[in-house]
Design a protein around this ligand. Structure first.
Ligand code: AMP
Length: 367
């Protein structure tokens, strides 16, 4: 049997790691991206073009058996254009929900998944009403195209309303009540074409300036019930869409239980540790799912923690000297706030994990 050839919309680091996971299975990859220096170009053919370039899209469609995406802001029209000729997984229908924070929260609520209180905001007047209704502790966010903390304004009192509006107003917005969370978690689930599902253990994530810095797996002190609640939320979303592939849901862990923040219909930064930390990584399971293959075990292999390499390149040799450490660089050039790579520490014991993590952190901070 020849392995299906996989087309990927987007050629960033997620595409690169999908390629690195699929190649051992015999998969071949074709990526579409407008950046000639795309990190995924090292692991497959790169077709240069934007998401609205039908010539480039046609070339991709002709070259592959099945298409997936590694960027959640792929235009819905692009995914639908491709889906008219080749299977696209996850289903394009999930994109329009995941790309709009309002639709996303309404969708979570329709499935009985708790969210922060929210209010649709299209004018300064709406924002005043929203703050009256929900309270003056909240976050004003653009409904679309927000990522890594962009397009957000933290409101702390009524007097912030005008500034918030001046800062990000004029586009469709959502005002969310501030969630007093103990920590941030994420659940990664995967569903294949037969409808089989699997879930990774809950991960604890630390963000700074809106960017993920650290993921620890499994998240500490998660009892079986909380894991089940998270897996059930993920399963509800997966089944609602007839989803195929990996889905990440970011959750707030609160005194009153888990609250969903947002979802990403793709492999996710908070699952990079699965490359070394799980029997089968999120990337391989995504490939298996979209290629109609059985899912692999999501069981952990020891304890794992992942640190993102952001902005500046570290000294590779220094990192490689740290035991239990696995370095993934994305072949990107340095730029402020840019994710250039990640480092996963995996160890059979917590103590060794923490020691190695501290060493890695020191190297990343001192570069
Ligand atoms: P997001 O782009 O929605 O993932 O938001 C980025 C970060 O802002 C989250 O990881 C949280 O740390 C914080 N945040 C977002 N929304 C809320 C909220 N409603 N309440 C408290 N913190 C939030």
């Amino acid at each position: 049997m020849s392995f299906p050839k996989i087309g990927v919309l987007g050629g960033g680091q997620l595409g690169r790691m999908l390629g690195l996971a699929g190649i051992p299975l015999g998969a071949k990859f074709v990526f579409l991206d407008s950046n000639p220096l795309s990190p995924a170009a090292d692991v497959g053919e790169l077709i240069l073009g934007g998401y609205d370039d039908t010539t480039a899209l046609d070339k991709l469609i002709d070259a592959v058996d099945v298409v997936t995406y590694e960027f959640e802001n792929v235009p819905v029209a692009t995914a639908e254009y491709v889906a008219a000729r080749k299977p696209v997984w996850p289903p394009p229908s999930v994109l329009s929900v995941a790309q709009d924070r309002l639709k996303e929260k309404e969708f979570f609520q329709s499935l009985g998944i708790p969210t922060a209180p929210f209010y649709e905001v299209n004018s300064l007047e709406d924002l005043h009403k929203a703050v009256k209704e929900i309270g003056s502790q909240g976050v004003l966010k653009t409904r679309t195209m927000g990522y890594d903390g962009k397009g957000q304004f933290r409101i702390r009192s009524e007097s912030d309303v005008d500034t918030a509006w001046n800062e990000i107003g004029g586009v469709p917005l959502i005002y969310e009540g501030f969630v007093n969370f103990k920590r941030e978690l994420s659940i990664l689930g995967v569903r294949n074409q037969k409808g089989e599902v699997a879930f990774y253990p809950l991960v604890e994530n630390v963000h700074n300036e809106g960017i993920l810095r650290l993921s620890v797996a499994p998240a500490k002190d998660v009892d079986a019930l909380v894991q089940k609640v998270a897996s059930d939320y993920s399963e509800k979303v997966l089944n609602a869409f007839g989803y195929v592939g990996v889905l990440a849901i970011e959750l707030f862990d609160t005194e009153d239980g888990l609250v969903a923040n947002e979802m990403a219909p793709r492999v996710h930064n908070s699952g990079h540790w699965t490359i070394e930390g799980s029997e089968i990584s999120q990337f391989e399971n995504h490939i298996r799912a979209v290629c109609d293959l059985p899912l692999g075990s999501t069981s952990m292999v020891g304890y794992a923690a992942m640190l993102n390499v952001i902005g500046d390149l570290p000294k590779l040799g220094d990192l490689l000297e740290v035991p239990n450490t696995h370095v993934h660089m994305y072949a990107k050039s340095e730029a402020p706030r840019r994710k250039l790579g990640h480092v996963t520490v995996r160890s059979p014991g917590q103590e060794a994990l923490q020691e190695c993590l501290a060493l890695v952190r020191r190297i990343l901070v001192n570069r």
